[in-house]
Ligand binder design. Sequence first.
Ligand code: ADP
Length: 814
Amino acid sequence: MSSPGKSPSRLQAEFKVDDAEVETALSGILRDSLTPVTLGLGILYALLTVGHLLVLPAGIKFLMAGVATGTALLFLGFYLYVRKHTIPLAWANPLGLVIVGLILFNSLLHLWLTSDPLQTTNVILLVIGAGLLFLSSKWLILSYGLSLGGWLLVALMSPPHPSWIHFGFAVVIGMTVSALAFSARRSSLVRLERLRIRDRLQQAELQRRAIELETSIGVGQKIISLLDINSLLHAIVHFIKEQYGFSFVGIFLLDAASDSLVIRAASGQNADELMKRGWAIKKDANSIIGWTATQRQPYFASDVRNDPHYLQNEWSPNTRTELALPLLMGDSLLGVLDIQCERLEVLSAKNIPVMELLASQVAIALQNASLYQSEARRRSQAEILYDVAHAISRTLDFSEVLNLILQELVKIVPYDRAAVLLREDNALQAVASRGFPLQITLQDLRIDGDDIFDQIDHSHCPLLLEDVSQRQTWQNLTGVPVARSWVGIPLIQQDTVIGLLSLAREQGEPFSEEEIKLATTLGGQAAVALTNTRLYHNLLVFNETLEQIVAERTQALQQAYSELERIDRAKTDFIEIIAHELRTPLTILHGYAQMLMQDQAIQAMPHQKQLASGIYTGAERLHEIVNSMLDVLKVEVISKELNPQPVDLSILARQLVKSLSTALEERHIQLTMTWEKPHLTVMGDSEMLYKALNHLVINAIKYTPDGGKVWIEGRNVPAAQSRLGQDAIEISIHDTGIGIAPEEQEAIFLKFYQTGKVSLHSSGKTKFKAGGAGLGLAIVKGIVKAHKGVIWVESPGYDEKSCPGSHFYIQLPA
Ligand code: ADP
């Protein structure tokens, strides 16, 4: 191949002009000049005939005129012949010599007849003319020899005359002049011809390279524009054939299985027929294509008739030359590019480099196309896997998913029939199928006790049967066409084979390893679909059961709640009745006890006086309890009965402490009051708030052993620290009493709630651990709530020995 930066010496060497070619060209020039020369000489001798008749003496004039006429006729005859026919190049010089001979004959005859040395001038003119006619020195010398020999012969035969010597010199001078003219003309013509030939060669070479370049670019363009391998190969062979005018161009690809080269694309003689038959050539050294494949070298048969590797065949009877080139990609052989030609000159060794380039382009195209195809295949596989995964997540209808899997699988793993079979006891039952005859239903697809499934179940691996007829235990279902190859993919769920994906082909290649891998992936998806469905089904059942249980429990709770409500109502009604019923006799008892105590006679008797006093105290206590019972019943409606007005809590507390002074003294309890300000006023019902503080302080005294301490504190609490979310007034009552267990600190605010055993309570309002009705705190909470406040207790715990104390807090809106 040439390149633009090539050195001139190499170019010259490449276009070296052959001398023989130049000589041939010169002969061509001579041949071309014969036409005008013969015509001119014909006319000249016709004129000479007339001249002879007019000028020559009577003795010779008729002879000379006759000879001249004959010569003129001969020249004209020559002229007519060479004009009509292209005479062979080899005749050009001999014909030239014949012409010279004819003229010489005329001149010598004239000389001999006249014996006048002056007529030598004709010979001299002839010699000079020969120098202008011939372009070959050999023939020119021959003509010189002939002329000089003839003249000498005539001169010797003629009577001696001193002029002969003079004219002899003249002849020699004529020859010298002629030789000079000849060499000048010849050398310029040789140079011209050389240039012309070189130009022609260069043009031919340029044209050849242009075609090569065009072909290479054309093939490159096809490689870029066509991705389908078959169309690409066809386009390439067709293009190469048209570009060079070859009679056949074919691409054979290596088929590893049969170790042969199979035609994949062809253009030219019988191409369609060869393609139809899938022409294959063994990869051995017995054919040109086979040799190229085994040796991985180009093979050029310049004439197949004499070539030992050429295989004569009926498809290309007229092939004369053949060139086969290996299609190589790295170390691996892809196939062979084969070119055949019926004309020897069209395909030559010169074509080999560019054809090698084309072959490497074809190899790249094959590689690209195969990469593209595998990429496209991989993409379509990924898309299918995505679609299937998407379908599984979209629906819980497993037959829809399984049918989709079978439908998508056939696109990447072609099969004739497929089914998803699930294990049912000792049999396999189809749950989805594709490709079976219409009359075969899913129920018909049932296989009982199958050793093939047992094998898969055991191995947990796919099982491939390349030819099912080889398997003795193969069960062919009636009405289903016989399968050739078969593969079973296990469907595995938590390490258990739950069924199989069965794929069958009626003909063609068995399933490949890659196909089995893909089918296994989709089989995995099928197992996931089945698992999902089962899980969903279980979830549905579970949900239903759960809903039922919840409904039953709700109903039971409802019943229990209504029952509790009824009991609570009955209790409240009972308390109300009891309280009201007890009030009247208690008032009477209280009145009579009072009367008894004031009676003079009883006053005089200490025992009776003590009894009357006991009756009075008991009646009083009972009265208080009955009042508490009525208070607690009112707790829910307290807020409606409130009579709000400014209440100074410190004054209220002082009144309360005063009323409890006897009890405090009796129990030796020291009560301390601390007020942040002298007056802490809230809006509220003073009677109710008094009642609330009274219960809390009485409790503090009640649950503090003798000699203990009780504190009452009052302070303002800013909104940020207040539990009310606004400015508040906080009253806290704490003691050094028995404390309250953390788990009871909520419950003590409930109605009738008491800690400890009721039977262990001592009686009396302010006695240590004096029994109450468990109503005090419930009433306090009701009152605080009615004033939009909060109440809570803090205590490290309950302990009668260490007496950790309790700390009650009330916050009311300021
Ligand atoms: P009771 O009439 O029984 O005192 P209360 O409703 O006033 O009923 O109190 C409920 C329970 O809270 C009491 O039985 C007692 O166990 C507990 N309690 C209330 N105040 C105190 C306190 N200052 N110290 C310890 N325990 C207390």
